[in-house]
Design a protein around this ligand. Structure first.
Ligand code: C5P
Length: 214
């Protein structure tokens, strides 16, 4: 079973994807980390994330770089949303993601274009969303826990700018697949959101089984 989980930053898609991976014992890929690895390499080399040639030259990173905690920083996240708009960067990372999705036994992937580009044939597609303010509050709290003091306004502006870049790019924009089930986590606890996600997966799989039986 392939489960595609898409949605904007801080919507809860990563937490939900990890929980689904545990629940169904499926391997999980956080595809945002791939774009973050490219961005981190670009920043380390003091290249320009907006320059496609610079960004493409950073696409052949080693797997161990995905464990670098710096990848999770706001600085790298912002640069990731810039490098990810380059068609050649997306092309360079495409096969790796498609292979992961289509491995024997299935997989859970989360990102922005899993249900639309990486695995349009996924058995289940979820699009996880939450209001920009609630996502900003979540991110603000996470940053405070890490000892990073910044204003809620700044975090909200950064989230809006990232949404805009991700949704408006010409290549593989962040958009729900036509057949995605929508999951709004704005007013759900983590446990409730995960339960809802499992219920949506079960409902999709049951509908598929009954369609196949007809
Ligand atoms: O999900 P995360 O915040 O780690 O993603 C970082 C950036 O990588 C996103 O803002 C987006 O621009 C890009 N991304 C993407 N396609 C994906 C996953 C992430 O364009 N499948």
């Amino acid at each position: 079973m392939i489960i595609a989980v898409d949605g904007p930053a801080a919507s809860g898609k990563g937490t939900i994807a990890r929980a689904l991976s545990r629940h169904y014992s499926l391997p999980h890929l956080d595809t945002g980390l791939l774009y973050r690895a490219v961005a981190a390499a670009v920043l380390k080399d003091e290249f320009d994330p907006a320059n496609e040639t610079d960004a493409v030259s950073a696409c052949s990173f080693d797997d161990y770089t995905l464990d670098d905690p710096w990848l999770k920083s706001e600085e790298v996240g912002k640069a990731a949303s810039i490098v990810s708009a380059h068609p050649l960067v997306r092309a360079a990372l495409l096969l790796r993601q498609k292979k992961f999705a289509h491995q024997a036994g299935g997989a859970v992937l989360d990102g922005r274009d899993i249900g639309t580009v990486i695995a349009p044939d996924a058995d289940v597609k979820l699009y996880v969303k939450a209001t920009p303010m609630i996502r900003a509050q979540r991110r603000h709290m996470e940053l405070r826990k890490q000892g990073i003091l910044t204003s809620l306004d700044k975090v909200l502006n950064d989230i809006r700018a990232r949404d805009e870049r991700d949704a408006k790019r010409a290549n593989s924009p962040m958009v729900p697949a036509d057949d995605a089930a929508m999951l709004d986590t704005s007013f759900l606890s983590i446990d409730a959101a995960v339960q809802r996600a499992v219920a949506l997966v079960e409902a999709r799989m049951a509908a598929k089984a009954s369609a196949a039986a007809d």
